[in-house]
Design a protein around this ligand. Structure first.
Ligand SMILES: Cc1ncc(COP(=O)(O)O)c(C=O)c1O
Length: 376
């Protein structure tokens, strides 16, 4: 047995010429008059939203506060815009460290924008940070990349919110920005260029092959048994050149919208099943969240391994066919910096395992047993 890293790409999404379904972003709205804008990826939604917010303040440049625990590659377009980025510390329960925010303000002034991440798809106490933003005249932007749909506490706080459905459906592009109605004039969809019409058939062929391999349970993962990068290895990540969602993936997105809510239910069920299998076990792996919300659509299941063996355990799990991975590449400003001790510990101690919609109960049981055996 082995566990595929991603859910299957559904071939019907590639062969949609029979249906011209218009994109309907209803599922990501918390209020009927919210505005939903499509992008290729979350990083572009963040960069273009930031530019619009800063322009609307009559400024040409601005300061953005980013949480220390954030993938560097998702900041690429923002860095290209030339804005000043400052990294704020988070607390051990994944909320902004208000004292650190205040000390950053003393150094660089109030930010124009504060990016707030709902880590691992769990709603956190956004009110304190929301009040802090109001006091500092900053716009709070919610990053809901780890949640497939809005739930109470995520996306319903009246802030611009970014979702990244591409991550949940194994497609290459597809992110949405939800703007509350009072901000709906702030920006429009980025205009697609002629190259937005291409169809990535090579990519589709690769996905179809991956589907076959998974269906036939061919042990091809043995060819590349270790997913975890060497410590000196740089993350190879796709360079997403365009902000707009190409028409191919826009159509895929339009078709998969109808599945988003059921996918959230399956992912929640899988998360809870892993949780139940691990609760009460005498293992060196701690759950990160003890209280689970009634409704959530998680991206991954995180575990914290505190005995200095996280990397070793990830590699051992990879060799058995489980894509256990560390979370996130960090920005150079943060990586190995003494100013940011907690996030560097998270980087060393947190591993994640999949909860995606194509996992069977048997696979989840097997995966949990392997985690238990390797963390005893
Ligand atoms: C917390 C978080 N925010 C945003 C993103 C956006 O990534 P992308 O620009 O690839 O959509 C990611 C990607 O994995 C993420 O983990």
């Amino acid at each position: 047995m082995y566990i595929p890293l991603n859910p299957n790409f559904q071939v019907k999404w590639a062969f949609f010429w029979h249906s011209e379904v218009p994109f309907n972003g209803q599922v990501w709205k918390s209020k009927p008059d919210d505005k939903v804008i499509k992008f290729s990826r979350g990083r572009w939604a963040l960069a273009l939203l930031s530019s619009s917010i800063i322009q609307s303040k009559g400024k040409t440049t601005g300061t953005i506060f980013i949480p220390e625990y954030f993938c560097n590659y998702s900041l690429t377009p923002l860095r290209q815009s030339g804005f000043h980025l400052s990294f704020y510390r988070i607390t051990s329960n994944f909320e902004p460290d208000i004292e650190h925010l205040n000390s950053l303000v003393k150094q660089v002034g109030s930010p124009d924008i504060l990016l707030y991440v709902h880590y691992f798809g769990f709603p956190s106490n956004l009110k304190t940070t929301g009040d802090w933003c109001r006091k500092n005249d900053s716009v709070l932007v919610e990053d809901a990349a780890h949640a497939v749909v809005p739930i109470p506490g995520i996306g319903d706080n009246g802030n611009p919110t970014i979702f990244t459905p591409w991550k949940y459906f194994n497609i290459y592009e597809g992110a949405v920005l939800v703007l509350p109605s009072i901000m709906s004039d702030l920006m429009n969809e980025p205009t697609a260029q002629a190259n937005g019409k291409y169809a990535p058939w090579l990519w589709v062929a690769k996905k179809i092959t991956q589907n076959f391999v998974t269906r036939l349970a061919l042990p091809l993962h043995c060819l590349k048994p270790v997913y975890v990068k060497r410590e000196d290895e740089i993350e190879s990540v796709p360079k997403i050149k365009n902000p707009f969602c190409s028409s191919f993936f826009e159509k895929a997105l339009s078709l998969l919208v109808s599945e988003v809510e059921s996918v959230a239910v399956i992912r929640q069920r899988n998360y809870c099943l892993i949780d139940q299998l691990l609760i009460g076990r005498d293992i060196n792996a701690k759950r990160l969240f003890y209280a689970l919300p009634d409704k959530f659509g998680p991206y991954l299941y995180p575990l914290r391994i505190g005995n200095g063996k996280c990397r070793e355990i990830m590699i051992a799990l990879n060799r058995k066919g489980i894509p256990a991975l560390p979370w996130s590449d960090l920005s150079p400003e943060v990586l190995n910096s003494k100013e940011y001790p907690l996030v560097n510990t998270f980087r060393r101690e947190i591993l994640t395992i999949p909860v995606h919609q194509d996992l069977t109960e048997d696979q989840i049981n097997w995966m949990a047993q392997k985690v238990i055996c390797n963390t005893r």
